[in-house]
Design a protein around this ligand. Structure first.
Ligand SMILES: Cc1cc2nc3c(=O)[nH]c(=O)nc-3n(C[C@H](O)[C@H](O)[C@H](O)COP(=O)(O)OP(=O)(O)OC[C@H]3O[C@@H](n4cnc5c(N)ncnc54)[C@H](O)[C@@H]3O)c2cc1C
Length: 459
């Protein structure tokens, strides 16, 4: 056992610190090769997180914070010589306050458990993503996760009212604000939201809850092409206003391949150039009718070729089945290089066509699957080069894709963060002055640079 592991064990006990590390803590969802951490710390309280960090700060030991390990950018992936600090035991819902419409959780609380606690109180935690059953609130906050309802409710940042974090030197910073308005000085929680574990370890949070919509309607649509889909987006925005909750898009490259992979039935009668899931939710009895009218108008104008509206909750879930099948990539697609880029919508049609064509030309036989949260101008692209096997030409694929995104004025990360896998491309979306300022803030909070070294904007 290393000196540090021995000192951590002496300070926190063998219940909390282990060098017999489960396989799941050797990697996250980034696909990077597994790495064994020096030790695994599983604190049960903020005080134990503080003790662990103070000791790592003193000894200059790198620390990788881990939540549910569903992050796709390698932010929670262990690095050699670092200890992993998992929040998995700090997983309680601490309180739900229906009057203030708030939910207080420990950072290791699984998103779905928090959603269910809100629902039991007649309210809704409106952060939602495919990894809901495994990702933690701490990870969601640290990545400023997006998901399926950003169009209506915003990113994770928009749901956080208060937060407790432990700084690298063990200082506990408790800002568990529960009020929507609080302009007393700087809003320090913002330093930790979206910081990918570089600025401190989130231990608790106060989340803002929403009223649960009383009516919902889900449509599955086929459009002739990307231009028509964007026309449909503008029309549904205008017709539904704040009742438009999701506008999820799948190009045939994704939809046909994944539908075959999960053997799902196609809800429309024929093939189309782009598929869209529209989800509406609100308090208006006439919501479904408004969606029907909107789709009828779109069909008349040519923006929409065909559509079906779910008649039951079961049918609603079935319409989402292919879009939610991304957790099955490992089985259906194999090794992949994944992208989560943002682009101005006016570039979307050209970009998707050029990206798919450029990949097909450079790597004949490659699969490039395109889909995304189009209401947020967020495009996901996953690429698999079958003949390359596990040794995907990731560097060359990234150089091609990110080069195009930079030239179009987009962002290399719309929602998954920079982590370990996009560090070389941060400068494509942020200026030198922006990166230097991020590093000054990092140095102020973590002077020994122990938190997630070599990730994100860390030097
Ligand atoms: C099937 C699937 C679907 C997904 N869909 C979406 C989506 O729609 N939108 C989206 O944005 N993301 C999505 N993701 C990515 C992922 O789920 C999110 O990034 C999620 O927020 C990560 O949470 P986690 O608890 O798993 O964090 P982890 O993967 O464990 O960690 C993520 C990052 O946060 C840091 N971190 C974790 N916990 C803490 C903490 N308590 N304090 C400080 N830092 C911490 C880690 O160091 C790391 O940098 C998806 C992933 C999968 C597998």
């Amino acid at each position: 056992m290393s000196d540090v592991a021995a000192r951590l064990t002496a300070a926190l006990g063998a219940e909390v610190v282990t060098t017999d590390i489960p396989e799941r803590n050797h990697h996250d969802w980034s696909g990077l090769p597994p790495v064994a951490p020096l030790a695994l710390i599983r604190p049960r309280s903020t005080a134990e997180v503080s003790v662990a960090l103070a000791l790592c700060h003193e000894t200059g030991t790198p620390v990788v914070p881990q939540g549910g390990l569903t992050g796709i950018s390698g932010g929670a992936h262990p690095v050699a010589g670092a200890v992993a600090l998992s929040l998995e035991r700090m997983n309680r819902v601490l309180a739900v306050d229906p009057q203030m419409a708030t939910l207080t959780v420990e950072a290791g609380c699984i998103l779905q458990s928090a959603q269910e606690a809100a629902q039991e109180a007649g309210l809704m935690l409106a952060v939602d993503l495919g990894a809901r059953g495994s990702c933690t609130l701490g990870g969601v906050i640290a990545t400023n996760a997006g998901g399926n309802q950003v169009l209506r409710y915003g990113m994770a940042r928009d749901h956080v009212l208060g937060l407790e974090a432990v700084l690298a030197d063990g200082t506990v910073l408790t800002s568990m604000n529960t009020m929507i308005k609080n302009n007393a000085g700087l809003d320090l929680k913002q330093l930790f939201i979206g910081s990918e574990g570089l600025m401190g370890v989130v231990t608790q949070a106060v989340m803002r809850l929403q009223p649960r919509p009383t009516h919902s309607a889900t449509a599955f649509c086929g459009c002739a092409d990307t231009g028509a889909m964007l026309d449909l987006l503008a029309r549904t925005r205008a017709a539904l206003g704040p009742a438009l909750i999701s506008f999820e898009v799948m190009w045939p490259s994704f939809y046909d391949f994944m539908r075959a992979g999960i053997e799902a039935t196609h809800p429309l009668s024929g093939p189309h150039g782009v598929y869209v899931i529209i989800e509406a939710g609100g308090f208006d009895v006439g919501l479904r009718e408004r969606l029907e009218n909107c789709l009828a108008d779109a069909m008349e104008s040519g923006a929409l070729a065909d559509a079906v509206i779910a008649a039951s909750a079961r049918e609603e879930r079935a319409l989402w089945a292919v879009r939610e099948a991304v957790a099955e990539y490992g089985r259906i697609l194999g090794p992949l290089t994944a992208f989560d880029v943002g682009l101005p919508l006016e570039c979307m049609a050209g970009a998707v066509a050029q990206l798919e064509a450029g990949i097909a030309t450079r790597w004949p036989g490659a699969r490039a699957l395109s889909y995304g949260h189009m209401g947020d101008s967020n495009l996901h692209l996953v690429v698999n080069v079958p003949q390359a096997g596990a040794e995907q030409p990731a560097g060359a694929i990234k150089a091609f894709v990110y080069g195009m995104i930079r030239d179009l004025g987009g962002t290399v990360s719309a929602e998954h963060g920079i982590g370990a896998i996009k560090r070389d491309y941060l400068g494509y979306s942020r200026s030198d002055a922006e990166i230097a300022t991020m590093r000054r803030l990092k140095t102020a909070l973590d002077p020994h640079g122990i938190l997630n070294p070599g990730k994100g904007f860390a030097p």
